[in-house]
Design a protein around this ligand. Structure first.
Ligand SMILES: [Zn+2]
Length: 254
């Protein structure tokens, strides 16, 4: 079954799929030490680097969910104040071309989790004409300079490569791996304009949900609304970086 939903956000296109795909490859280990004076050879040197796993939802029993906000075109000061006042963990998936010099706005709204990679210009990464290295890796450098932390999570615009053009997913993973991306982060719940909720898979709120919102004029009220909805199930927002950290291997996902 396939649903296509287009929100008022000019660039949101979500195709919900029933089956979840988790792609991972971990084949790094040490060869026996070589003779004295010879550098030990690692398997990592002779096989392709591990591809970043694709995450739709975190598998956890902790009563937590994850607020992620994409793009960056509309910078609602009220949303930033609300997040700051209440210390709400928010993962910002920022598109570089939307920053408009307002780096401090995004730093503030991501202060209780992190600012991560949502490409340079929001091109569909699965298209052959897209320069993936520019879209992914140039953003890495820019954000490392601006925020002092190199992103390790990538959200492909439109979910392209998985929610559409799925054959292109491995190509996106390979490029992302070359510039330090450790996880491809998709989503399983979307908050649309005016707080309407789209369930990508199961029609329920549950621990580990990754919720997608956008930087729009109703961001503050949408954050309030989704927090209230989860609160009725005893589930609170938590930092995604705690579950998908920069420096360790993977965690169970589904
Ligand atoms: Zn986007």
């Amino acid at each position: 079954m396939t649903h296509v939903v287009r929100s008022d956000c000019r660039r949101t296109a979500i195709v919900a799929v029933g089956a979840l795909v988790l792609a991972s490859a971990f084949a790094v280990g040490l060869m026996p030490a070589a003779e004295a004076g010879v550098q030990p050879l690692t398997l990592a040197a002779v096989v392709a680097p591990a591809l970043p796993p694709v995450v739709y939802q975190i598998k956890t029993k902790d009563p937590v969910f994850f607020i992620t906000i994409d793009d960056g075109s509309f910078k609602q000061s009220a949303a930033a104040r609300y997040v700051t006042q209440h210390k709400i963990p928010v993962t910002v998936f920022l598109t570089k071309s939307e920053v408009g010099g307002r780096w401090s706005f995004f730093k503030a709204i991501g202060a209780f989790d992190s600012v991560q990679n949502h490409s340079m210009t929001h091109k569909a990464l699965g298209k052959e004409s897209t320069d993936r290295t520019y879209e992914i890796c140039t953003t890495q450098k820019a954000y490392a300079n601006r925020f002092g932390v190199r992103p390790w999570l990538l959200r492909p615009p439109y979910g392209d490569g998985w929610f559409s053009r799925r054959y292109a997913g491995p190509d996106i993973q390979r490029t992302a791996a070359t510039c330090g991306i450790r996880y491809i982060v998709l989503w399983n719940i979307v908050v649309l304009k005016n707080g309407r909720v789209l369930f990508v898979k199961d029609l329920r709120f549950e621990p580990g949900d990754i919720v997608l919102l956008h930087f729009e004029g109703d961001l503050k009220s949408n954050i309030q609304r989704i927090i209230a909805m989860y609160a009725r199930h005893g589930i609170k927002p938590a930092p995604l970086s705690k579950y998908l950290p920069a420096a360790t291997a993977t965690v169970p996902t589904r």
